[in-house]
Design a protein around this ligand. Structure first.
Ligand SMILES: NC(=O)c1ccc[n+]([C@@H]2O[C@H](COP(=O)([O-])OP(=O)(O)OC[C@H]3O[C@@H](n4cnc5c(N)ncnc54)[C@H](O)[C@@H]3O)[C@@H](O)[C@H]2O)c1
Length: 270
């Protein structure tokens, strides 16, 4: 017997479906994996080329994809992208909220502008996508929302970034608040907390200003910090997202799933 594709007939709206550098970011891998499992995918990104690159990858593999450019922190842009997705594909079943950014610094070092930017990109973006996608899902009496958080919502992995940590803690509780309110409508909301992952964001953001040797040393430190001895990658996050987006997780809502190779089990004392 052939297994049915797990998202056959579904329509997925993925935010940040591109990647800030060459290789596989979390949103890009999720968009491609959702399509491989039968979903039509709306690849949204602030960077038109990055959105189109992911959509083209999906089409090359025989899938259905629509690339949409827009800033996910702007209400009008989100409203327009949701409307366009519904017009093109007939609705939205899966909302994959992947956009997120990181800026270094504690309350003394970070500027108010940096704090506001991170909170807006990481939290307000999810408020806005939920605002415009939930009514579509309510009408369909079905929906799955997957929010990309981070283990730094609940622990420290070394660097100090107060806005990033606080924003991801907000993502976790936003997820739970939506899950309880919309459970009666057949809509589920869950979050994933990736641990230390090897994505283009690591070199680009954490490695900014470092020499290639320093970046290599940072990568070795990140690998060594994981109980598994290696960082995860975008596919680890995408596979967890696939589970939460699919009917395999039909009775799972309001959960915050760490995808971290055991990182959050570790105490600094050991
Ligand atoms: N990479 C890691 O190690 C790691 C660890 C934990 C959590 N995460 C989380 O995973 C998510 C994705 O991270 P990544 O490193 O794969 O992504 P990334 O930095 O490669 O970004 C993905 C895409 O988001 C787009 N984007 C940025 N701002 C946007 C905006 N305002 N509107 C629309 N699109 C926008 C970018 O153009 C990019 O193509 C984030 O939420 C991040 O916090 C990553």
């Amino acid at each position: 017997m052939t297994a049915m594709a797990r998202l056959e007939g579904r329509i997925a709206f993925v935010t940040g479906a591109g990647s800030i550098g060459p290789g596989w970011g979390n949103g890009k891998a999720a968009a491609v994996l959702f399509a491989r499992e039968g979903a039509a995918v709306v690849c949204t990104d602030i960077n038109a080329d990055a959105a189109e690159e992911t959509a083209a990858l999906v089409r090359q593999e025989g899938g259905r994809a629509l690339a949409l450019q827009g800033d996910i922190t702007k209400a009008e842009a989100v409203e327009a992208m949701v409307a366009r997705a519904c017009k093109e594909f007939g609705g939205i079943d899966i909302l994959h909220n992947n956009v997120g950014t990181l800026e270094l610094g504690g309350p003394v070092e970070a500027s108010l502008e940096s704090w506001n930017r991170v909170m807006t990109i990481n939290v307000t973006s999810m408020f806005l996508t939920c605002k415009y996608v939930l009514p579509v899902m309510v009408e369909r009496k079905n929906g799955a929302i997957v929010n990309v958080s981070s283990v730094v919502a609940i622990t420290s992995v070394g660097p100090h970034y107060v806005s990033y940590s606080a924003s991801k803690a907000a993502v976790n509780q936003l997820t739970r608040a939506v899950a309880i309110q919309y459970a009666p409508h057949g809509i589920r909301a869950n979050a994933i907390m990736p641990g230390l992952m090897r994505t283009p964001m690591v070199e680009k953001t954490l490695g900014a200003g470092m020499s290639s040797d320093e970046v290599e040393a940072m990568i070795r430190r990140r690998d060594a910090a994981c109980p598994s001895g290696r960082m995860g990658d975008a596919w680890d996050v995408a596979k967890a997202a696939l589970f939460l987006a699919s009917d395999d997780a039909a009775y799972v809502t309001g959960q915050i799933l760490a995808v971290d190779g055991g990182l959050t089990l570790k105490s600094a004392a050991f």
